[in-house]
Design a protein around this ligand. Structure first.
Ligand SMILES: Nc1ncnc2c1ncn2[C@@H]1O[C@H](COP(=O)(O)OP(=O)(O)OP(=O)(O)O)[C@@H](O)[C@H]1O
Ligand SMILES: [Mg+2]
Length: 227
């Protein structure tokens, strides 16, 4: 089943009198149960595409359905609800809260959902075990390695049980060996639940080996596909 259906996406940014076309008619269908890598030159529109799929940004024109939801039809509150529950985000610089422990960082999405931190703790610890950090639940980010911090971020992205994980250069700040471990983890996360999609923007040369599919973005379009 298609988890992402994008058709003719255009995203223009107005900078004073100039208009930048970050996306120029991008069309794409992605099924669940896959680990998909998005590659392409710098400035091609990869992050913009990821942000639109995650309802962090809206297209100037075109249609986008994610997990059965027409994102254009969402109001502000519905969009933030969609971001909190239906997608998980993983970034290059981990975006952990430095004053919180590993399990508290993982539990954070529940707190935003008006659940108590204490109630969320068992699931947070279970997810830390899932990413190989069962022995680090009380460590703060400064007490973790880069690869471990990214594992915490992956566990956090799974907290609300989203069908879609969106990762923007998750290995960009890691050495190649640690990066390879994170890639393996993301691939297993994509495959361990039916219909889950992990969509990753990357410049990592090792990505091809672990991805089920590679999508190339060039000049704001999906390469090899008509707009
Ligand atoms: N908020 C913004 N305002 C103005 N222009 C933007 C904005 N965001 C992106 N752009 C422009 O849109 C184009 C696509 O940017 P995008 O960040 O999607 O590229 P990218 O493929 O992710 O590149 P990289 O590999 O360097 O991260 C670029 O020319 C960029 O300068
Ligand atoms: Mg980018």
């Amino acid at each position: 089943m298609a988890v992402v259906e994008a058709s003719g996406l255009v995203r223009e940014y107005r900078m004073g009198t100039e208009v930048v076309r970050a996306l120029d008619g991008a069309s794409l269908t992605l099924d669940g149960g896959q680990f998909v890598s998005v590659v392409g030159p710098s400035g091609a529109g990869k992050s913009t595409l990821l942000h639109i799929i995650g309802a962090l940004d809206t297209p100037t024109s075109g249609t986008i359905r994610v997990d059965g939801t027409d994102l254009a039809a969402l109001g502000d509150d519905e969009a933030s609800e969609f971001r909190r529950r239906r997608v998980g985000f993983i970034f290059q610089f981990f975006n952990l809260v430095p004053t919180l422990t590993a399990w508290e960082n993982v539990a954070l999405p529940m707190l935003l959902d008006s659940k108590s931190l204490r109630k969320a703790r068992p699931r947070a610890e279970e997810l830390l075990g899932r990413v190989g950090l069962g022995g680090r639940v009380n460590h703060r980010p400064s007490e973790l390695s880069g690869g471990q911090m990214q594992r915490v971020a992956i566990a956090r992205s799974l907290m609300m049980g989203p069908k879609i994980l969106l990762a923007d250069e998750p290995t960009g700040n890691l050495d190649s060996r640690t990066g390879a471990e994170v890639l393996d983890l993301l691939a297993s996360v994509a495959h361990d639940e039916p219909d889950r999609l992990v969509l990753m923007v990357t410049h990592d040369e090792n990505a091809a080996a672990v991805s089920d599919r590679i999508v190339t973005v060039r000049d704001g379009r999906i390469d090899g596909r008509p707009a």
